[in-house]
Design a protein around this ligand. Sequence first.
Ligand SMILES: Nc1ncnc2c1ncn2[C@@H]1O[C@H](COP(=O)(O)OP(=O)(O)O)[C@@H](O)[C@H]1O
Ligand SMILES: [Mg+2]
Length: 404
Amino acid sequence: MTRSALLELVASSEVLVVGGAGGVGKTTTAAALGLVGAVDLGRSVLVITVDPARRLAGAMGLGALTNDPLDVSIDHLQSLSEGRPPIGELAASMLDMKASWDEMILRCAPDAATAKSIMENPIYGSISSRFVQSHDYIAIENLYELHRSGHYDLIVVDTPPSRNAIDFLEAPRRMEEFFSSRLLRWLTLPRRSRLVSSAFRPFYTVAERVLGSRFLGDLSDFFLSFQSLHGGFVERARAVTALLGAPSTSFLVVTAAEEAPTTEAIYLAHELTSRSLALGGIIVNRTLPDELVTLRSKALGHAIADDPAPYAREALELLRPGSSGSEVPPGVTELGSDQQIMTRVLVEVANCYDAMAVMKERERIQCGRLSTFEDRIFRAPQLEAEVTSLEVLLMLGRALVLAE
Ligand SMILES: Nc1ncnc2c1ncn2[C@@H]1O[C@H](COP(=O)(O)OP(=O)(O)O)[C@@H](O)[C@H]1O
Ligand SMILES: [Mg+2]
């Protein structure tokens, strides 16, 4: 097989972060590349997924949400590496926000009592699931921890659906900022000082009326303990940022050949580069076959649509249909002769072909917008159905990494 630049990345990286707009296929391509790394390159790979589609999770044997990586059984798959059986390993996890927060609090708290008081505070439960940016931050935290464990040659990280893909990169810095923010300082002031702090008094009076003093008390207790995590937190946020910028880490931006996700991909690619982060490539997912836009096939499609009769005769000849007396299942009515049916089928196919050619043309236009990244564009084909097996996932991964 010809090694493409993407295959080289899968072969040599320690961390691959897969980002892009929502629904373009981040989770699917992350899993597909991880599978190629294990099966064809013999690496020990972990894929951290965020929100796998149910069927993909099923194909990977991921039943329940778990931060603990589960082994994916790949022994039955055929490796392309000179006919040898796969020598690598694949594990997959599904990010569990609550468990990740708990683990992080335990790691960063100065002592067990502080960790306990944070985790038992009623505010913590809702904050750990709803805290703005918590998804992004926790995803990176989780990656950092697993990378540090040294168990895997390669970790492929799928990123959470953010309002904006850059949020993911900003998460550690934002967490650092939060700790030095005025809001946090105010929340952790003793109640009396808060009341006398005239700037906040109107707010506090309303907040107390609406939320109740009990809730505000919990809130302030929570943030007071939370503040004690500051040192540990900031230190980790920096280490996490360093991991994202390490030479063995690359970013892959996934897009579909449509206007909005391509705009987002271009934006994300530039943002990565401006932050000196390594843009490994842009993956254009769900591409259609090039045959759709060849001159000959286009002409043939039009010719069939214009005058289908001769083509229908020829096709019938080729297919030599069985006797017309073949059994018709209940509910099916045969309307017309074989010749008429074939004509309708061909016209339908020709029209469909034309519509696909239009889509292919749109794809070409969107790919053209990515031309600055020409040498780093990789394409994954549109599959006929959702990914329901590792075999299909592997096929998708190979289509991506194998240069034509
Ligand atoms: N190349 C493809 N061909 C067909 N379906 C695809 C392809 N890539 C992804 N899908 C499907 O699209 C849906 C969204 O993919 P997913 O990987 O979950 O996107 P994201 O993680 O970016 O939100 C899933 O149902 C998946 O099976
Ligand atoms: Mg996803």
